[in-house]
Every structure is written in C-alpha cells, then in structure tokens.
Design a binder for this molecule. Structure first.
Ligand code: ADP
Ligand code: MG
Length: 245
C-alpha cells in the first residue's frame, strides 16, 4: 500500500470540511478523486502532502506514519504555475536545485526528460511562448522531478480546452504506465475520471465523505455499462451539488 488515508476529519474556518475520509492508493495505481467543487478535495491533498494537519485521523505512506509531515510525495497544486521569468528547463529543474544540486547538474538531469514530456527543443523557451498543454506538461515534469514515486495531481487539466485536455489525458495515462508511478488525481470531470482511473472515489458535498468507490481495473465494463456508470456518477454529483450550500 503506497498511501493509506485513515479516518481523516478536518474543519476549516469553523466549517466541517472532511468527515472521516478513508481511502488508499496501491503501488502503480491511478486513483481518481471526484466530487463537487468546494467539497474538500484540495484540502485532503494538502493533508496527504503534510501541508496541513488533520483534526483527526492519520496518513501513512509505505506503512509509515506521515501525518503532518512533508517531503515524501510529489504534489502539483491546483494553481501551480511556472515562473514567467525562467525558461522551461530552469523551471522544471527547480526541485532538483532545491535539493542541493548545482544548476548545471540539475539542467543536465532535467533535459533528458523533455522528450517524454513532449517538450523536446523547448528547454530555452519561456512559459508565455508555449501552449497551455505544453505549460501543463512542464508543470507535470517539475512535479515529477520532485522525485517521488507518488504523485498528487490536483485538477491539472481543468484550464485546458477540450481538445488539448483530451490529448493530455491520453498522454498522461501512457506516461504513468511507463513510469510505474502511483498517482492520486483530482478532477470534477466525469469523462476524465473514467478515462484515467484504475479506481475512482466519489465524494459527497462538504463535508466530504467517500460516497462510492468504483473499481475499473478488475472489471471489464463494456460500452453500455460505461455509459450507465457515467450516468450514475452524474446523477450522484448533481444530487450532491444541490445539497451543498
Ligand atoms: N484555508 C482555508 N480557510 C478556510 N476555509 C477554507 C480554506 N481552504 C479552503 N476552505 C474552504 O473549504 C472548503 C473546501 O475547499 P477545497 O478543499 O479547496 O475544495 P475542492 O478542492 O473540493 O474544490 C471550501 O468551502 C473552501 O472555501
Ligand atoms: Mg480544489
């Protein structure tokens, strides 16, 4: 088990945000968290990453307690942006430099990944010179170079247009299989969750609780069943959206 989230509860600003959330991520798995906007998904990621402490519950990673401790996982936050004044290679090298590597060595290590991330030849470009999809791939590479086998990705494609989003999803799925990373991925896009996930956790409106777990890995859904599943998730999310605020 890579990550075990045990009975996490959290209030923020007097508002009950997470209610006894338990979930897990297995080695090499791609797990998607989907839930109404504002339900507490990013808060849960901040807790898993150790950036905020839960009121109750614990986070264990590789069987060890990591509650309230940072530094074990690679985390791409919802509003993660590239630094406009640095070129792509220097942007993606930041985590390596922060770990104490020289700029030159960091660039040398990072440059080898540009091809896999669809950025070959763009190392010297500045973020503003790239498309939205390329900027997101650069942000993903920077996250990957934090060098953990566990990645938390918070709605990385939400700002992209439908067509680039689709190609990014396909690219990410191939990449994560090739790199055998274990990934937790937040979205509010049902299509995205069905395309990417080995498993899905569906959350209620705030306070977020796990409403449903869907295993797509160990069951072959045919096209009809996938449509039914999509419909079922949609109905639940609409219902949850209505109960929120
Ligand atoms: N630092 C904070 N202080 C108070 N309330 C917060 C804070 N961060 C988030 N919230 C509130 O907590 C709820 C959950 O937020 P968030 O985890 O960002 O939801 P999601 O990612 O599912 O959209 C929201 O209602 C948000 O307004
Ligand atoms: Mg969020």
């Amino acid at each position: 088990m890579k990550i075990e989230v045990n009975q996490i509860s959290k209030s923020l600003g007097g508002m009950h945000t997470l209610d006894e959330v338990s979930l897990n991520l297995n080695q090499g798995e791609f797990v998607v968290l989907i839930g109404p906007s504002g339900c507490g998904k990013s808060t849960l990621f901040n807790i898993i990453a150790g950036l905020i402490e839960p009121d109750q519950g614990s986070i264990s990673i590789d069987g060890q307690d990591w509650t309230g401790k940072t530094g074990r996982i690679s985390y791409m936050q919802q509003k993660d942006l590239l630094l406009p004044s640095r070129n792509i290679l220097d942007n993606v090298s930041i985590p390596l430099v922060l770990k104490g590597m020289s700029k030159k060595a960091a660039r040398e290590q990072a440059v080898a990944f540009l091809k896999d991330f669809g950025l070959e030849g763009f190392g010297n470009y500045y973020p503003r010179q790239l498309s939205g999809g390329m900027r997101q791939r650069a942000a993903l590479l920077r996250t990957y170079l934090q060098a953990s086998d566990i990645l938390l990705l918070d709605e990385p494609f939400a700002a992209l247009d439908a067509i680039s989003r689709r190609s990014m999803q396909i690219w990410l799925k191939e990449l994560s299989a090739r790199y055998t990373a274990s990934v937790l991925f937040i979205t509010h896009d049902i299509e995205e969750s069905l395309l990417l996930a080995d498993r899905i956790y569906l959350f209620t409106a705030r306070p977020a609780r796990v409403k449903m777990e869907i295993d797509l890995q160990n069951k072959d859904y045919d096209q009809m069943e996938r449509l039914q599943l999509k419909e079922e998730i949609l109905v639940i999310l609409e219902e949850e959206n209505r109960t929120q605020d």
